[in-house]
Design a protein around this ligand. Structure first.
Ligand code: DGL
Length: 286
C-alpha cells in the first residue's frame, strides 16, 4: 500500500468524534478512515490530565499500528490535555486536534458575551485557558465557562432527546442567556449530536437568534490542508470508482458502536473490539 492509500486514524472517548467524522467524510470522501471510540474508558472529562495523556498516547500507538498516516484527536478534552505530547512523540506525523471555537465565536457575538459548553477537564486545561486569555485580549469578548457534567454520558447512552437530557441542557444554558450570552460554543464533540435539542430549547426560550459554534468543519479543512501539504491525499480513481473504507474500533462492545454508527450517521461499517492497556493505577491518581 502506498502512503496516500493508508487510512486516517480518528478517535474520541466515545461517539462524540462522529460529529467530526461526518465532516471528514464529506470533505475527504476518498480517504480510508479508522474511527476508535474509547468507550471502555469514557468519559475523559472527569479524569486526571496525566491519565488522559497516557491514554491518548496508547491510542495513537494503536492507530499507527493499524497503518494510520495521520491522526485526528476528535475530542476537545484529549486535545487540551495531550495533543502537545502526542506531537512530541510523533514529530512529522500530521496530527489535527479539536479546540473550542472561541475565535469564531468572538467574531460572531454582538453582546460581547460568549457561553462555552465543555467538559470540566477542558475548561481547566492550561491550553484552553491560554486560548481564552488570548482571544479575550484580541477581541474583548468575555467567555462564560459552563462545565456540562454528565452531558457527554447522556449522549453516549443514546439519550439525545430524553427529558433528562433536555433538563440538563436547560440547566446549563439558561443561566448563560440570563448573563447576556448571544453565542454558545459547543466545546465538546459530543454536543453537536444534541444540536437540534439545543435549538429547540433556544426557540422555546424566545432566543432563536443565539448562534451555535461547532468546529467539526474547520477540523476537516485543517486535515485536508495537512494531507495536501504532506503529499498524502488519496487521489480519486479515473473511473470515479475508488471507494473509501471506514473501519470502527471500540474499547467496549462492538454492538454498541455499530448501533451508534447506524443511529447517528445511518451507516454500517465493520466494527472491531480493540484491546488497549488501561493506564496503570489510574484510579489512585489525583
Ligand atoms: N467528546 C469529548 C470532548 O470533545 C468529551 C467527552 C468526555 O468527557 O469524554 O471533549
Amino acid at each position: 500500500m502506498t502512503l496516500p492509500d493508508a487510512p486516517v486514524g480518528i478517535f474520541d472517548s466515545g461517539v462524540g468524534g462522529l460529529s467530526v467524522l461526518r465532516h471528514i467524510q464529506a470533505q475527504l470522501p476518498h480517504e480510508h478512515l479508522l474511527y476508535l471510540a474509547d468507550t471502555g474508558f469514557a468519559p475523559y472529562g472527569d479524569k486526571p490530565e496525566s491519565i488522559v495523556v497516557e491514554r491518548v498516547l496508547a491510542i495513537g500507538d494503536f492507530l499507527l499500528a493499524q497503518g494510520a498516516k495521520a491522526l485526528v484527536v476528535a475530542c476537545n478534552t484529549a486535545t487540551v490535555a495531550a495533543v502537545r505530547e502526542l506531537r512530541a512523540v510523533h514529530p512529522g506525523l500530521p496530527i489535527v486536534g479539536v479546540e473550542p471555537g472561541l475565535k469564531p465565536a468572538a467574531a460572531l457575538t454582538r453582546t460581547g458575551k460568549v457561553g462555552v459548553l465543555a467538559t470540566e477537564r477542558t475548561l481547566r486545561g492550561a491550553k484552553f485557558l491560554q486560548l481564552r486569555d488570548q482571544v479575550h485580549l484580541d477581541s474583548g469578548a468575555e467567555f462564560l465557562l459552563q462545565p456540562c457534567v454528565g452531558l457527554a454520558d447522556q449522549i453516549e447512552f443514546g439519550e439525545l432527546d430524553s427529558t433528562a437530557t433536555s433538563a440538563m441542557l436547560e440547566r446549563f444554558i439558561m443561566p448563560l442567556l440570563t448573563q447576556g450570552a448571544d453565542t454558545l460554543v459547543l466545546g465538546c464533540t459530543h454536543y453537536p449530536l444534541v444540536r437540534s435539542s439545543i435549538e429547540r430549547l433556544l426557540k422555546n426560550a424566545g432566543r432563536p437568534d443565539v448562534a451555535l459554534v461547532d468546529t467539526g468543519d474547520a477540523v476537516a479543512r485543517q486535515l485536508a490542508r495537512l494531507l495536501a501539504a504532506g503529499g498524502l491525499l488519496r487521489a480519486p480513481g479515473a473511473s470515479g470508482k475508488f471507494p473509501a473504507s471506514l473501519t470502527g474500533y471500540t474499547s467496549a462492545s462492538a454492538t454498541a458502536l455499530t448501533a451508534a454508527f447506524r443511529s447517528l450517521l445511518g451507516i454500517d461499517p465493520p466494527v472491531h473490539e480493540a484491546q488497549i492497556a488501561v493506564p496503570r493505577d489510574w484510579q489512585n491518581v489525583e
